[in-house]
Design a binder for this molecule. Structure first.
Ligand code: FES
Length: 153
């Protein structure tokens, strides 16, 4: 049943140019994620890879790069402004504590990205957790977000 739903989505987007058209492949993953309840399971990704003849590594690379896509191994996204002068120490803290570099997935289960200015300069350091902007971020906030002790409103 689940695979029939997946196949319907895949067939739709393959008819529109996926996987060669990367925008259509991303749209396919977004629809599949929604059908999966918000997170792309490894089984769903394996199915897409098989049906579309693409490597799962390509799909995981898209998930790391495209905001809003989530896999079982990276259910969250942490973005930090790379331009906030006060953010340099916080970036070093994140990268050391969670063993992650920009563009990679932390073992703690989030995609980490250093981004350009978030247009929140007066309130920096600026971070986004699953797309939600947080001002004046510090180590306590980062621990709360990643360790799940603070729920996003
Ligand atoms: S420089 Fe960081 S939000 Fe603008």
């Amino acid at each position: 049943m689940k695979k029939e739903r997946w196949r319907t989505i895949i067939t739709h987007y393959c008819g529109m140019g996926a996987p060669q058209d990367q925008q259509m492949l991303i749209a396919l993953l977004r629809d599949l994620q929604e059908a999966e309840g918000g997170v792309l399971s490894q089984a769903a990704l394996d199915f897409v890879a098989q049906e579309c003849a693409v490597k799962t590594a390509v799909l995981h690379a898209l998930i790391r790069r495209v905001p809003g896509l989530r896999s079982e191994s990276a259910k969250h996204t942490l973005e930090i402004c790379g331009n906030c002068p006060a953010g340099m120490k916080l970036r070093a803290f994140i990268e050391k504590r969670y063993g992650v570099k920009s563009g990679a997935v932390s073992a703690a289960g989030f995609v980490y990205r250093v981004t350009p200015c978030m247009k929140n300069c007066k309130n920096g350091p600026s971070v986004r957790w699953d797309g939600r902007l947080h001002s004046r971020a510090d180590e306590t906030l980062i621990r709360e977000l990643i360790d799940g002790t603070k729920k996003a409103k």
